[in-house]
Write a protein that binds this ligand. Structure first.
Ligand SMILES: *Cc1c(COP(=O)(O)O)cnc(C)c1O
Length: 379
């Protein structure tokens, strides 16, 4: 296995993030964990047991195959499949006791027929669309279901949910509109637990919490309140290794396309992570556009020129002589260069960055505690 830098995943920080979100929503509200896409790229095998130990009791995945993987880790927890029912794969849900989130009348009929054939009322959630227009029943379809007592009796409705389109923007008027629509839609199914909030939704206020919240990115260290300082702890850190150092004269360019020219005598450190490791090419720089920074010996140093497949270049001129040598580790993402900052430099979001982390990293999982207590604050 090639090694392209070190990816350290702090399970203690992950557990701490879950506990912080749980504290925020209070005793009466369940705090689930969204672990789709291999726990946002960080590894379900480690993430799910850590979250479970911290207290998370309900999990959300995208597909039934992901659900099977999570089921092997948490034998008893409810696992919801957000993308709903996939035709022809119903047996998977039954085998792993997965609950589809039904978001279309056809899915509801399919699940009801499956339950009838089995002679069991299997649990499922219901997605009511409130303005995102991606998945979910229209209000009229939800009303039709609510009035069809025979269909409703065919399965066990355990959750009514919707999804916010603009929760990361506190000022978006769509938040209040979706909240009102969700209150109206979920009222059609009295007594069924309700869920509206993703990570950012948790921070919109208590009226968005209902009986269950579904954070994902905030658990993994992404800032759920993008305009304010992050309330979350850093979970994933990428350190690259300096494999080459060289001095470049003013007027010389660095990297493919010669897109960035040295304006001063410049010391370049070439490190061993590149776009094959998920370092988006937009984090590189040109003479016209700055890119991301790396933290070298505690000093923020700009990425210089294009990102290559297996490496990228950093301007370490401002780092005191001798601090950075071949073999030195530099932080490309972590406590200093946050996943949010790196994503912004790549004109993307932390979600895409984390889920694009390549397979070549040497991964280390640190900080796990059995009861999810924060080892640091408890000495
Ligand atoms: C991915 C997802 C979440 C989690 O969203 P975050 O913004 O990562 O907290 C919650 N609900 C649904 C329906 C999702 O698809």
């Amino acid at each position: 296995m090639s090694c392209a830098g070190h990816l350290t995943i702090d399970l203690g920080a992950l557990q701490n993030n879950w506990r912080a979100l749980k504290a925020r929503v209070g005793e009466a509200c369940d705090c689930a964990a969204v672990v789709k896409a291999n726990a946002y790229g960080l590894g379900v095998d480690h993430v799910v047991p850590a979250l479970s130990a911290a207290g998370a009791g309900t999990f959300f995945v995208a597909t039934p195959e992901e659900g099977q993987e999570v089921r092997a880790l948490v034998p008893d927890a409810p696992i919801y499949v957000l993308s709903g029912v996939f035709t022809g794969r119903l047996a998977l849900y039954d085998d792993a006791a997965l609950r589809p989130i039904l978001g279309h009348p056809d899915e509801i009929s399919e699940w009801a027929r499956f339950c009838e054939a089995k002679g069991e009322t299997l649990p499922a959630g219901l997605h009511i669309d409130t303005g995102m227009n991606r998945l979910g029943l229209t209000h009229a379809q939800a009303e039709a279901l609510a009035n069809d007592s025979q269909l409703l009796r065919a399965f066990d409705l355990t959750l009514v949910m919707s999804h916010l389109a603009c929760a990361d923007d506190r000022d978006s008027p769509l938040n209040r509109q979706q909240l009102a629509a969700f209150e109206r839609g979920s009222a059609l199914f009295p007594g069924v637990p309700r869920s509206l909030a993703n990570s950012s939704g948790v921070f919109l206020g208590a009226d968005y919490h209902f009986e269950l919240v579904r954070p994902g990115i905030a658990l993994y260290g992404g800032n759920p309140t993008p305009k304010a300082a992050t309330p979350m702890r850093c979970v994933a850190t990428i350190e690259a290794e300096v494999i080459h150092l060289r001095d470049v004269s003013p007027g010389e360019a660095v990297g493919y396309g010669a897109t960035r020219t040295a304006e001063r005598p410049t010391r370049i450190a070439t490190v061993n992570v590149g776009y094959a490791d998920g370092m988006h090419r937009l984090v590189g720089s040109t003479d016209e556009r700055d890119g991301a920074f790396a933290s070298v010996g505690g000093i923020r140093c700009p990425l210089f020129g294009r990102v290559s497949m297996d490496m990228l270049a950093i301007d370490v001129t401002d780092v005191p002589e001798g601090t950075v040598v071949r073999g030195s580790r530099v932080e490309v993402m972590g406590p200093t260069i946050s996943v949010d900052e790196l994503a912004e430099a790549a004109l993307t979001i932390p979600y895409e960055l984390l889920t694009a982390l390549g397979a070549r990293y040497k991964r280390s999982y640190i900080g796990y505690t059995q009861n999810g207590e924060d080892a640091l604050t408890h000495g």
